[in-house]
Design a protein. Structure first.
Lengths: 208, 206
């Protein structure tokens, strides 16, 4: 039974009318608990990578078990190799807790030039102290397109421990942006640490 | 028919009651460019566009803009009357870029895209590529465009595939130096036209 008010359908078939409750649509939350990866798969568990032009993955309190980096890769169709070709940029601003060192710099270590390795979003040396965690987001544009390459951009706030080799904690603001160089629809998005496992939440929203 | 629960109007006249909590991002209007589209214009009060004090800020989400030619800026401009786009802006611009051949990675200020209290357009994406699979994606946010007290701040970030096969991360931030309400926002390429793409306007609740 639908609920219609003044000619406008408010509810029907068990769902609220599009846009009625806002246009940032919650889609899926995955929680890592000593996990090697978290993977969002189109058509699985409510994940839909074809309907919307923009998707946002929020990272909440990502905590690594090893002093490594953390990032993302993508795949198409039923493939699970997570080796899509990416060209990307990366830069960061940081300040050290103890030494006071500061930097604003391009990062040639994590950008990509047609590479198929995982795209680092949070720079190497993430802290593993009990109170260390990392947060941020990545936006993925029109992953279902069969015309265009797939753009993405991320912004994260992380705690690094060895940005200058001293072991001092660093507040590090990382910006990564690029494109997946394929016109085939993206069906899988996988987040992993460079080594060992991680904990934390990743929440997927779509912009309607 | 209205739905009233415990004295609170939940629905009436085809809309949620004002006291019902909803999402903070509200879609207002989407414009779609087709071949030879010269400008994409949002004007308050026209074609269902709301661009006033209803929301605290407004976000233009820009998806798969495909230009007619290589090598042009994508720009935005503003008006207080819908016809004169001559408002002064003070802004900064920078970008990161990397080529597919790993030959020119850098982070740099872009002097050609900033404004020093100039009445020129504001570049928001600093190159364009007409390759069939290339496009520009990003967003522009404007705060309190209807304020009659303050100047109007804006920030933007774009991911673009460059005309010589590079990835670029473009940033432009500044303010429109007027205390008169902004009513119109216009997007255009510096040269040539749009081939395709969408710009969607959202309101952000305070």
């Amino acid at each position: 039974m639908g609920l219609i008010s003044n000619g406008t359908t408010l509810f029907d078939a068990g769902a609220m009318a599009a846009g009625l409750a806002g246009n940032m649509v919650f889609m899926k939350k995955l929680t890592a608990s000593d996990s090697a990866n978290l993977t969002f798969v189109h058509g699985s568990g409510g994940v839909d990578f074809t309907t919307y032009k923009e998707y946002i993955f929020f990272f909440k309190d990502i905590h690594l078990e090893a002093n490594a980096n953390w990032g993302v890769q993508f795949d198409t169709g039923s493939n699970s190799n997570f080796n899509q070709t990416i060209t990307s940029t990366a830069f960061y601003a940081y300040k050290a807790e103890a030494s006071g060192n500061t930097t604003l710099s391009y990062n040639t270590g994590i950008d990509k030039a047609q590479a198929t390795t995982h795209q680092v979003l949070m720079m190497d040396g993430l802290g593993t102290d009990a109170d260390n965690s990392n947060s941020g987001f990545i936006k993925l544009y029109d992953p279902g397109s069969s015309t265009f390459v797939k753009a993405f951009s991320s912004e994260t706030q992380v705690i690094n421990t060895n940005s200058d080799g001293t072991g001092n904690p660093y507040c590090n603001h990382c910006f990564v942006s690029g494109y997946i160089n394929t016109t085939t629809a993206i069906t899988k998005v996988q987040f992993t640490a460079a080594s060992d496992n991680f904990n934390g939440d990743i929440i997927l929203y779509a912009i309607a | 028919m209205a739905v009233i629960s415990n004295g609170t109007t939940v629905f009436d006249a085809g809309a949620l009651g004002s006291g019902v909590p909803t999402g903070g991002l509200t879609h207002i209007k989407t414009l779609t460019a087709t071949d030879d589209t010269a400008t994409m214009v949002f004007t308050h009060g026209t074609s269902s566009v709301v661009f006033d004090g209803t929301y605290d800020s407004y976000i233009f989400k820009i998806h798969n803009i495909h230009p007619e030619q290589d090598g042009w800026f994508m720009n935005v401009d503003f008006s207080i009357n819908g016809s004169d786009f001559d408002l002064t802006k003070l802004s900064n611009a920078f970008r990161a870029q990397q080529t597919e051949s790993n030959s020119a990675q850098s982070l740099a200020y872009v002097t050609g895209a900033d404004n020093a209290n100039a009445a020129a357009v504001q570049p928001i994406s600093f190159d364009s590529s007409n390759d069939a699979d290339h496009a520009m994606n990003g967003e522009l946010q404007i705060w309190q465009p209807a304020s009659t007290t303050f100047v109007k701040h804006y920030t933007s970030r774009f991911q673009a595939t460059g005309s010589s096969n590079f990835s670029a991360d473009y940033y432009a931030n500044g303010f429109i130096n007027t205390t008169t309400a902004i009513t119109t926002v216009k997007f255009l390429m510096a040269g040539a036209d749009f081939d395709s793409g969408q710009i969607s306007l959202y309101g952000v609740k305070g």
